[in-house]
Design a protein around this ligand. Structure first.
Ligand code: ATP
Length: 545
């Protein structure tokens, strides 16, 4: 674990270009100019993201062995899955707290009509010729410091040779530290003092269910997948043989009307989550929290993120939600983040019995360190719960209790983006003439690579394409595979390197003689001679690791 910086706007630019050029990610509705905060995964991107989700589902849910005690776990446990609807009963969001509390504060600029998240606006105090202003950076700017410098020069009407007259009197600081905005120069604005006071903005997308179209039929697109699991707690217990402790995994779309979507897919308005709600006896919950916190961190390392760029950050007491006794974020230093900044990949929260109780009793609030029902001005419950019993009876200990919940909540898009950023490298490799030249390579973990192998006949004659086509068909039965017979072999290798194909299988003249092919390793560039019939097993063995 370290706090090393990975800030590299050029790398990010090159990765974004590669994603577009090779069909990994496209802007949504691009032909109409795009829609901010929405993205489409292209033919290769869909495979990469699906591999991320499948690796998560496989490792957390499908392959989980409830007969074995896992290292660090207080006991054996079970795992099952769910796939819940995106639109749920509106009462779900009232009891969960999202209806009243799920908002960000935003500020508007009266000059440019721009809208910004209050807590994300950064700036620096600058002085020149006796005038003072707080110069902000557009939250979308790649390099905030550079942008502020450029804007300050322009605002004070300075030419390059007069730069000495400009003085910055503060470091980069948040707008939230300011008491009034009269000297703030908003992003892209020409005048100071154009920002409004911060206002609350609910992040849930609203829609209407049914043909009547009245406010009474208003519903919301889920802002997290978790609630579907909580409201199905009884259904899962009653319909399966699971016993507490057990976990429920779910992968699905979530929607948040983010004020400033930015940084490629990092902050989108439509995204996918991979969430686990883990139900356990209250007295074991601390140990389970530690277990999941460590297990999830290890998972990202196993899938290829470097420990130098990944950190596990425990929340300070003040950051914790009122019901949480512990929360940790797994964070990655994405190349678009300033030195020292990390972006959240996943949050692991100890949620106590807040969720199950809320859906049973109604919306809860913390009072004197205890959760109690929130009342309206007439002393009635502000939001009524379902009234359904969400407790669990343990027939071994003969105890009835409301399970506590540990929630590892990850983003599939943020994870995909982190794996892409980590994998994207430029190094040297021999070209078709044997000279070392630079190449772009996506060193994706083989489990995440869109194709596991490419079949490349050396030349388009002597029966090589026919042999290649046959082998291609055979390998496709085992794993996703690509066939390419166009262009020089060196160029074809490069094309596979930049989309992360771990192995290139070449049919050459020796294949015609002894039935062997070469298998080239993307990372080591080593070439092994393997019997044609054994290629599938050879590659399968390697990608398992
Ligand atoms: P942030 O502070 O970055 O807005 P959050 O703390 O609100 O994130 P959670 O509510 O904990 O996020 O959501 C769990 C996970 O869902 C996050 O760790 C992240 O991976 C993913 N996620 C949340 N919001 C977005 C978004 N707007 N775009 C993409 N992924 C998201």
């Amino acid at each position: 674990m370290s706090t090393e910086s990975n800030f590299n706007p050029d790398k990010m630019k090159n990765l974004v270009t590669l994603c577009k050029r090779r069909g990994i990610l496209f802007q949504s509705s691009e032909i109409y100019g795009g829609l901010n905060g929405f993205w489409d995964y292209g033919p290769l991107g869909v495979e990469i993201k699906r591999n991320v989700k499948e690796a998560w589902w496989h490792d957390m849910v499908q392959s989980h062995n409830e007969m074995v005690l896992m290292p660090g776990a207080p006991s054996k446990f079970e795992m099952v899955g769910l796939d819940c609807s995106i639109i749920m009963h509106p009462q779900v969001w009232k009891c969960s707290g999202h209806y009243d509390l799920f908002h960000d504060e935003m500020v508007d600029c009266t000059e440019t009509k721009g809208r910004y998240r209050y807590d994300q606006m950064l700036g620096r105090w600058a002085e020149c010729k006796g005038q003072k202003a707080f110069i902000t950076a557009d939250p979308k700017a790649e390099d905030a410091e550079q942008e502020i410098h450029r804007r300050a020069m322009k605002f004070f009407n300075l030419r390059a040779k007069d730069e000495g007259e400009l003085k910055f009197t503060s470091d980069l600081t948040s707008l939230t530290t300011l008491d009034d905005f009269s000297q703030v120069l908003a992003p892209e604005a020409k005048h100071v003092g154009t920002l409004t006071e911060p206002r609350e903005f609910n992040l849930m997308f609203k829609t209407i269910v049914g043909a009547l179209g009245t406010e009474e039929n208003a519903a919301f697109l889920r802002p997290e997948t978790a609630q579907g699991i909580f409201v199905n707690f009884r259904n899962v217990v009653d319909s399966t043989r699971v016993r507490v402790p057990f976990g429920v995994g779910q992968i699905g779309k979530s929607f948040r009307n983010e004020i400033t979507p930015r940084n490629f897919t990092f902050r989108s308005r439509e995204f996918e989550q991979m969430e686990i709600e883990f139900f356990c006896p209250p007295e074991e919950s601390r140990q389970w929290y530690e277990f999941w916190r460590n297990r999830r961190y290890e998972w990202y390392l196993k899938m290829g993120l470097s420990g130098d760029r990944l950190r596990l950050r425990d929340h300070e007491q003040a950051e914790l939600a009122h019901y949480s006794t512990g929360t940790a974020d797994i964070e990655y230093s994405y190349p678009f983040l300033q030195p020292g900044e990390f972006g959240e990949l996943e949050g692991i929260a100890h949620r106590g019995d807040f969720d199950l109780r809320s859906h049973m009793e109604g919306k809860l609030v913390a009072k004197d360190g205890q959760l109690t029902l929130e009342l309206d001005e007439n002393g009635k419950p502000k939001h009524r719960g379902s009234g359904k019993d969400m407790s669990y009876f343990d027939d071994l200990t003969k105890k009835r209790f409301i399970p506590h919940v540990i929630e590892p909540s990850a983003g599939a898009d943020r994870a995909t983006l982190a794996f892409l950023c980590e994998a994207f490298q430029e190094d040297q490799a021999p070209d078709e003439n044997g000279n070392m030249t630079s190449r772009t390579v996506l060193r994706l973990h083989p489990r995440l690579a869109p194709y596991k192998a490419a079949v490349l006949p050396l030349v388009r004659k002597d029966g090589m394409p026919e042999l290649g086509a046959e082998l291609y068909g055979e390998l496709k039965e085992h794993f996703p595979c690509f066939y390419d017979e166009k262009a020089a072999i060196g160029r074809r290798y490069r094309r596979q390197d930049e989309i992360g194909t771990p192995f290139c299988v070449t049919i050459d003249s020796q294949t015609l003689v002894d039935g062997t092919v070469t298998v080239r390793d993307r990372d080591t560039l080593e070439q092994s001679r393997v019997k044609k019939d054994e290629v599938a097993a050879f590659i399968e063995e390697k990608i398992k690791k």
